[in-house]
Ligand binder design. Structure first.
Ligand code: ME8
Length: 665
């Protein structure tokens, strides 16, 4: 192990104040995918997740449930670990902040900060949000509510210890400047830089109004602020401070802390400042992703508008849930969770594209060769395209996963799958099957399809471990996945290929929507009966209200800024363009989005532009439009155009040359 390069990835440690929902699963599945991928790359991976069990909120929840806080969190821990087991989360370590070793380490960390004069004693007067466990000054409140969750805040006056956060503004700015990749994506980085530039205030880091937490070692009527306790988990889980030569030396600094944007401030300002005060190196990267929204509002345990991942995984399979989470929304952006989108993704991508490719291929190998492909195969030039695309898909998946671009990585794998489906249409194996003389060509065609499926299943493994193993087994291959197998030329068929039942059965949209709505109604009714959470119609598609419609001129919808901000508009540079065969109005453009990212978009502009007009031109791309297949080509995005009264289209551009990938807002 010592010669392997380490890779340490973390999720937030979640509050066990309620059952975890699909939002928590989102971060954890993403982290799991990265961890699995890095293991495939040969890294010595440490994947840490866990539970944030102290604090006022947990104490209150336990009291409401008539339990001691320890009993309460112990019970929640069982459910949370079960959830991660169900979702195939391959964590290496699970930390609970009530672990003895962690509590002792937090106490030592606080003592160290005190000894270094990074902490002093004072009095706190301000506002406290219990669901977020956050302190706020009067000016930070939004309409007298918590600026993070919009919930009620309590006036708090307490003697408190303070961390000298105000002294870390300049060191943090210097650190950000020297490490441009420290905090991603760019929007988070800019927001945090603005926050630091406004001036940081010292942070109250102890409470006296409750006692469920780690005591301040030299003043036990104070409990250490839950965020200091929680953030420390990333180093205490590695043995800090006592066992600094063991896992701490091996894995720290972490390669990436993953979380959603509402807690990026804690991870990219408070946590680095604490580490600076402790003289501990900072994590290499902090990556904040967007929110899964329901009805345009963040899913949250305290709001009650949550989707239960267990219900979804049990009905649609774990891999369908994992796929949907990582495919539907580009990581980093917010995205609405709707039942329709879930069912449609399962049908179009998993049942149709992937499932059909497997069913058709295995059925034909059985029909024409009794499950065993002969070794005599006759290659044709068309086959090279498939092999080349397979090699390219591997490179793309690698590049995208190194940058947390899960949806793009999956789109790259689906380009390969779609190409293979098209290859079936082009080679027409059912015709070859009728001609005895074409047996060697038929064997080659089916062999290439098996190769594609084999390569796709290697690439899919980090995302969909169960399906990857199922495909390999159906193809008679070892289910042991190795990254060096993600290329053509390695398929052999010593054991018969199995036909078998569909990998992902097709769903009836209407039935599923009705079923999902029923689950939600039952849940809302249960919540209303216990008063635990508001009875939000959780998964209903975003509904425009009659009142809003009435205020709008006919045919024109008024939108909020939040609607506009869902559009991801970018400057893209056209690198290649060609006509789409058999379609007079369509051009297929390849775009450079900067940082090595490329896109293919099909646009109906061929009557206004010739293909040679476009390369070199900068255009405006709507980047987060759902990809669509047009004439067999997956088109991911839309080029913006103005349309003249005679129907001629004019591509929008920028007034000057800018870097590809620049945001348009
Ligand atoms: O904040 N969309 O715990 P928490 C996307 N204990 N991600 C979501 C989400 C949503 N709707 N809802 C939750 C805490 N998440 C602290 C963390 S770490 C030192 C302490 C995910 O239970 C996302 O990762 O409120 C978010 O940051 C985290 O759960 C918040 O979990």
């Amino acid at each position: 192990m010592a010669d392997k390069q380490s890779f340490y990835i973390t999720t937030p440690i979640y509050y066990p104040s309620n059952k975890l929902h699909i939002g928590h699963s989102y971060t954890t599945v993403a982290a799991d995918t990265v961890a699995r991928f890095q293991r495939l790359k040969g890294k010595d991976v440490m994947f840490l997740t866990g539970m944030d069990e102290h604090g006022q909120k947990i104490q209150q929840k336990a009291a409401e449930a008539g339990k001691s806080p320890q009993d309460f969190v112990d019970e929640m821990a069982v459910g949370i670990k079960k959830l991660w087991q169900l979702l195939d989360i391959s964590y290496d370590r699970f930390i609970r902040t009530t672990d003895k070793q962690h509590e002792e380490a937090v106490s030592k960390i606080f003592q160290k900060l005190w000894d270094k004069d990074a902490i002093y004693k004072g009095a706190y007067e301000g506002w406290y949000c219990t669901p977020c466990e956050s302190f706020w000054t009067e000016s930070q409140l939004k309409e007298n509510k918590c600026p993070d969750c919009g919930g009620a805040v309590e006036r708090t006056q307490e003697e408190s210890y303070f961390f000298r956060l105000s002294q870390y503004g300049q060191p943090l700015l210097d650190y950000y400047a020297a490490h441009p990749d420290f905090l991603k994506p760019e929007a988070s980085r800019n927001e945090m830089l603005r926050f630091i530039e406004q001036g940081l205030e010292d942070l109250a880091v102890s409470r006296t109004s409750f006692d469920w937490g780690v005591k301040v070692p030299f003043d036990p009527k104070h409990v250490i602020y839950v965020w200091i306790d929680a953030l420390s988990n990333y180093i205490t889980a590695m043995g800090y401070p006592d066992d600094a030569d063991g896992d701490f030396a091996r894995y720290w600094p972490a390669d990436v802390h993953l979380m959603a944007k509402e807690i990026v401030r804690f991870h990219s300002i408070i946590w680095p400042a604490i580490l600076m005060a402790l003289d501990v190196p900072l994590p290499k990267h902090v990556y904040s992703h967007g929110w899964l929204l329901m009805n345009d509002s963040k899913m949250s345990k305290s709001k009650g508008n949550v989707v239960d991942p267990v219900v979804l995984a049990e009905r649609y399979s774990v891999d369908a849930v994992r796929y949907f989470l990582l495919r539907e929304v580009p990581f980093g952006l917010d995205g609405n969770f709707t039942n329709e989108a879930l069912v449609e993704r399962i049908n179009s991508d998993l049942a149709n594209d992937l499932g059909n490719l497997l069913s058709r291929t295995t059925a034909m190998v059985n029909k024409y060769f009794d499950g065993v492909l002969p070794e005599t195969r006759e290659a044709a030039p068309l086959d090279d395209e498939l092999a080349e695309l397979a090699a390219k898909s591997y490179e793309e998946v690698d590049r995208y996963l190194e940058n947390m671009q899960f949806s793009y990585a999956l789109a790259a794998i689906w380009r390969l799958i779609s190409r293979a489906n098209k290859y079936i249409d082009e080679t027409e194996p059912w015709k070859l099957g009728k001609d005895r003389a074409a047996a060697a060509r038929l064997a080659a065609v089916l062999g290439n399809l098996c190769e594609t499926l084999r390569v796709a299943s290697v690439l899919l493994y980090p995302f969909l471990p169960q399906s990857s193993a199922a495909i390999l087994t159906r193809l008679g291959q070892s289910a042991e996945v190795a990254l060096e197998n993600a290329r053509f030329g390695l398929f052999s068929s010593p054991t018969p290929i199995l036909a078998g039942s569909p990998l992902f059965p097709r769903l009836d949209l209407k039935t599923e929507i009705a079923w999902l709505d029923e689950q939600l109604e039952a849940r809302a009714a249960a919540a209303a009966a216990t008063g635990a959470v508001p009875a939000t119609p959780a998964l209903a598609p975003a509904a425009e209200t009659a009142a809003a419609e009435a205020a709008v001129p006919e045919g024109v919808a008024l939108i909020e800024y939040s609607d506009f901000s869902k559009l991801r508009l970018l400057v893209a540079q056209v690198t290649a363009c060609e006509r789409v065969k058999g379609a007079d109005r369509l051009l297929k453009s390849t775009l450079d989005l900067g940082n090595g990212e490329t896109r293919v978009v099909v646009s109906g502009i061929a009557e206004s532009y010739a293909p040679e007009d476009l390369p070199g031109r900068q255009v405006i791309l709507l980047e987060n439009l759902k990809p669509r297949k047009i004439r067999g080509i997956e088109s991911a995005g839309m080029l913006l155009c103005a349309e003249d009264s005679d129907g001629k289209l004019y591509l929008l551009g920028v007034d000057g040359k800018v870097s590809p990938g620049s945001a348009v807002s």
